[in-house]
Structures are given as structure tokens and as C-alpha cells.
Write a protein that binds this ligand. Structure first.
Ligand code: GLY
Length: 573
């Protein structure tokens, strides 16, 4: 493995007291040591590169490509590894989107978003007075949609080169023999302890008698057994047989509604990616049931006629313009977006240049807009998720965002199967106008129906320059996902930033409702004051997104960056 530059070694997790022999997680090129690993925040690689939320998963992805696999192989092995080492969002009990461009130019969109169970109904989270019972859509058994991740991995396997048995083995080893957890993971597990106990009907590996601390080893035997069933039986090892039985028994113990038929009938779907141009670059992104592709197309097209680059990075002028584009796009999200198999999402109109110019016609520089006067356009439509960016030797680009929704999902761990179920039902509009956990509102387009996929903000994205691979990017962050990706793209294209700066500079977010701008703590204080003077309400928050980006340099090197906001780490060769 030849790393050209490693600029920053951010942290090292070690377990020096562990008496077990160090298991070899992957063989070729480099042994990945689950008891001693480093976080690498940025590097340039000559051939293949990955970036994701955990260094062990990144190393496993790179090793799979080194062993002869491609970016699709890496994405499968990394999602399975993250399901073990990053239980807050890595998963087999959730769902996601994979977007890829093969080296021959073929585009692939795989939708493995969770679906509403057959017994779900429009008002299932309302009490008899019509009030929203938020706890039910956000925690416990009723909060889960039918998981899609395993179906998504097998749909991806069509494009991969290595046998599935090999791709899943590192995850099995990590679950069975354990790995050392970081301080951040220990804090996450400790703060979720009471919820795991409350919402799981059987003891779980995530709950420890005493508090977790950095350096402890997390062993997940039940999860290892589930992964072995998938290794042996394929997707049926999850959607049928023992695992399906364990899921349904868990549902029955906790008043959930997912049935054996729901699991058996679940399929991943191929979706045509959404494509548009921005300042001479070709952007490829995810179509509904993601709202994200439409949102970034709308926001970028709304600002394209303004010379944003000349305004300067995060000057009050560029930030205000970008906020007002965000406000207008998110108003459309609330009204017009949902699962296209159930609701006619007017994608073409929403990203039409004339429509978008009209949306910006009331934009007033130096004065805050208002979400009371800006409504959706009239058309005759803990934020834990996680992202993987991959670029292989052949030039295949893969961008995957997958999720349990909130951190550690519903907090229901399937008894005997060892994995956490999602709380994705909260991404539906449980009642028109009622905010979900991200404060997002929605209506008919995103109402609950059996089999329907809840609207997502996840937006794995690719950028081509001169029709050649240029950037692979994406992020977690609930409704802040599209604004994070939008700002990363503007940082690269308008402000000529490298991948590291593009994802790590402070961010801001406006989502129409609530009518306020959220900014990260390190956002420029003067710009904040000037925006307040214009009439913007500003609130501060700790972090917006955890973005992973790979940018291809003119010399072909893969400039690879992992977000500073977590244990995110890059790998490659
Ligand atoms: N659950 C986060 C999203 O899909 O937007």
C-alpha cells in the first residue's frame, strides 16, 4: 500500500491490555488490527481510496480493492463492517441509497430505503384526539420500517467482483472477536444505555454493567451469528428463516407490526439517478424517494446566475444568497416530495430553470426572507446516518449513504439476532404540518401508506468535470444532508477548495421551517452579527453533517478527506 501523503494522524485507539491474540481481519496487503487502529483524516492515494465514519471499515474497504475487488466490493464490505463497528448508524436493520458511476459511464442508483410495514396506516402515530405521539415513531418497535440494507448489498453484488462470503468475513470476525471502541463510541453507548434497556426485550451487547470507556472491547456474538446466516444463505439468511423469525418474535414481544411476509416481500429498487449541470460540471445525484438530489439541484440552480465565487467564501453576501435558496428548496420539499411509486413527484418542474428563477424573484439582498411569505411553489410537488465515498483503480465511483435514522435507531435490538432496528417511520409525515425529529414538516406526498418508502434527505452524489470522474461526496445529518452536500459542492466549484477544506469549513443550514439559520459553533461571528442585523434568527449547534469526499486531481491522484466532526477516517493505496 503506497500512501503518498498522510498529513494528519488525528488519533490512535489502542487496547494494550487485551490478552487475546490479534485476529487478522483481512489478509492481503495489510492486516487490520481491531485492537489498535489510527484515524487518518486526509491523504492522497494513487489508485484507490475510501472515506467513511470508522477507520476499521475504511481499512477493510481499501483491503478488498487491493485483493482484486472494485468499489462495489468495497462498499459491501464497508457497510457490513460499519454495521459492527459503528452501531449508531452503520446497520443491517436500516436502509440506504447507493449511487455509482462505472468506469464505462453507466450510472446505477440502488434504493434500499426501508418501507412501511403492511399493517402501517396513515394515522398510526396519532392518539384518539388526533395528537401526534412522537415517541412511537421515534423509539421502540413501532418506529421501524422494513429493513432494506441486506437487500441493497445483494443488489450491489451484481456489480462486484469478489464472492460475498469474502466480503462479509471481516464483519463476522469483528462481531465475534470484538474490536476496541473509541471515546466517542463509549459516550454514545453510555448515553443510549437506558433506551436500549427500555426498548429492547432481551439483553443486548450494547449494555454493559458498568459504563463503557475508550479502549473497551465490544463483542457482538448474536450479530456474528446473524451475519453468518447471511453468509451461508444470502439475502434469505436475513429476510427468511431464523433471522426473520427473530425479528418477528421481537415485534410480537414489543407490539411492533413487521411480519414475516413484510420481510419476505421486501426488494431493493433500481432508480435512475438525477442529473444536472452546475457551472460546467455535471452533477449526478439521487432521485426520490430521496429529497436530496432535487434539493441540491434546486439550490445550486437558484444561485448559479449569481457570481458566488466573487462574493467570497462565507461573506455575508454569499451566505445570505445560499440561505435564501435553502429556504425556498425546503419549502418545496415539505409540499411536493415523497415516494415516487405512491406520489407523483414533479421532479422536472421542481428543477426547471424558469421555475427556479421565479422562486428567487422575491429574493432581496440585505434583508431576511420570511418563511411565512415564502411558501412551496405552485405546481400543477441525532441525526445519525453515515456515508461512504469510494473511488477504485478502474475509475468506478461509488457513493453510499445508509442509516438507522436517529443515533442507534429505534433503540430496539432484535433479541437473539443482535442488531438495532431503524426508527425510520419518523421520516414520514405522521400528520400534515407536524414536525418530525429534524423539525421537518410534510403533507400528503409523504403520508404513511403500507409498502411506501418514507422521504429521505440522504443524497449520495458524484461530480464529473469534462465528463470525467471528479468528486465523490455525501454525508449524514438528517435534513442538513442536502445543505451540507450543497455547501461542499459550492466550496469546491465556486471557492476552489480542496476536499478537506470543502467538508471541514463551518456550515450553516436553513430548512424553511423553523424559520431560523442554524450555524456551527466555529461559524464567523461577524457574519453572524450582520445576518442578525438583516433580520435572521440564528441558532448555534455543535455539528452539521459528517461529510466524506474524494476529489480526483489533474494528475489522477485521489485527494481523500474524512470529516473532522467524528472518528471518520480515510484509507487507500
Ligand atoms: N433518516 C434520515 C434520512 O433519510 O433523511
Amino acid at each position: 500500500m503506497r500512501k503518498i501523503v498522510i498529513l494528519l494522524l488525528a488519533a490512535v485507539c489502542t487496547q494494550s491490555v487485551n490478552s487475546q491474540s490479534v485476529p487478522s481481519i483481512v489478509g492481503a496487503g495489510k492486516t487490520v488490527d481491531p485492537y489498535k487502529y489510527s484515524i487518518v483524516k486526509k491523504a492522497e492515494f494513487s489508485k484507490a481510496a475510501v472515506s467513511c465514519a470508522h477507520p476499521l471499515a475504511s481499512e477493510i474497504g481499501a483491503a478488498m480493492m487491493k485483493k482484486g475487488g472494485n468499489a462495489f466490493d468495497a462498499s459491501i464490505a464497508m457497510q457490513l463492517a460499519l454495521a459492527v463497528v459503528y452501531p449508531g448508524a452503520g446497520n443491517i436493520g436500516g436502509g440506504g441509497f447507493l449511487l455509482a458511476r462505472k468506469s464505462n459511464g453507466e450510472l446505477i442508483g440502488i434504493d434500499y430505503r426501508e418501507a412501511a410495514p403492511s399493517k402501517a396506516s396513515r394515522d398510526m402515530y396519532l392518539d384518539k384526539n388526533g395528537n401526534v405521539q412522537m415517541a412511537l415513531s421515534q423509539t421502540g418497535h413501532l418506529a421501524s420500517g422494513i429493513p432494506g440494507t441486506i437487500a441493497g448489498l445483494f443488489a450491489t453484488l451484481d456489480y462486484a467482483k469478489l464472492p460475498f462470503k469474502q466480503l462479509i468475513q471481516p464483519a463476522i470476525d469483528l462481531a465475534e472477536k470484538g474490536f476496541v471502541i473509541s471515546e466517542r463510541e463509549a459516550a454514545g453507548l453510555n448515553s443510549t444505555r437506558e433506551s436500549f434497556i427500555k426498548y429492547s426485550t432481551r439483553p443486548t451487547a450494547f449494555v454493559k454493567e458498568n459504563k463503557w470507556k475508550a479502549g473497551d472491547t465490544l463483542v457482538q456474538k448474536e450479530l456474528a451469528a446473524t451475519l453468518k446466516r447471511v453468509q451461508k444463505e444470502g439475502a434469505k439468511g436475513f429476510y427468511e428463516g431464523e433471522t426473520a423469525k427473530l425479528i418477528v418474535e421481537e415485534m410480537q414481544r414489543g407490539n411492533g407490526i413487521i411480519t414475516l411476509d413484510d420481510l419476505k416481500d421486501y426488494t431493493a429498487k433500481l432508480r435512475s439517478p438525477l442529473e444536472f449541470d452546475y457551472r460546467g460540471h455535471h452533477i449526478i445525484s439521487f432521485a426520490p424517494p430521496s429529497s436530496g438530489g432535487v434539493l441540491i439541484a434546486q439550490m445550486l440552480k437558484m444561485i448559479e446566475k449569481y457570481p458566488v465565487g466573487s462574493y467570497g467564501f462565507q461573506t455575508v453576501k454569499s451566505v445570505q444568497l445560499m440561505i435564501e435558496a435553502e429556504r425556498r428548496a425546503y419549502a418545496d420539499r415539505a409540499e411536493h416530495m415523497g415516494d415516487p411509486d405512491f406520489y407523483n413527484v414533479p421532479v422536472k418542474t421542481l428543477i426547471d430553470e424558469t421555475y427556479l428563477a421565479k422562486r428567487m424573484s422575491d429574493y432581496t439582498p440585505d434583508k431576511a426572507g420570511s418563511s411565512t411569505s415564502v411558501k412551496a411553489g405552485v405546481i400543477k410537488e441525532s441525526e445519525e446516518t453515515t456515508h461512504i465515498s469510494i473511488m477504485d483503480e478502474d475509475g468506478n465511483m461509488v457513493s453510499v449513504t445508509y442509516t438507522l435514522n436517529g443515533g442507534y435507531g429505534s433503540r430496539t435490538v432484535v433479541g437473539g439476532a443482535g442488531f438495532i432496528l431503524n426508527n425510520e417511520m419518523d421520516d414520514f409525515s405522521v400528520k400534515p404540518g407536524a414536525p418530525n425529529m429534524y423539525g421537518a414538516v410534510g403533507g400528503e406526498a409523504n403520508s404513511i401508506q403500507p409498502g411506501k418508502r418514507m422521504l429521505s434527505s440522504m443524497v449520495p452524489t458524484l461530480i464529473l468535470k469534462n465528463n470525467k470522474p471528479y468528486v465523490v461526496v455525501g454525508t449524514p445529518g438528517g435534513t442538513t444532508i442536502p445543505t451540507s452536500v450543497y455547501q461542499a459542492i459550492v466550496n469546491i466549484i465556486d471557492f476552489s477548495m480542496n476536499a478537506d477544506d470543502a467538508i471541514n469549513k463551518p456550515k450553516f443550514h436553513h430548512q424553511w421551517l423553523p424559520d431560523e439559520v442554524m450555524v456551527e459553533k466555529d461559524f464567523d461571528a461577524d457574519v453572524k452579527k450582520q445576518l442578525q442585523a438583516m433580520g435572521y434568527k440564528i441558532s448555534e449547534r455543535a455539528a452539521i453533517g459528517r461529510t466524506e469526499a474524494i476529489r480526483i486531481l489533474p494528475n489522477g491522484k485521489r485527494e481523500t478527506a474524512a470529516d473532522k466532526r467524528g472518528d471518520d477516517s480515510v484509507a487507500g493505496y
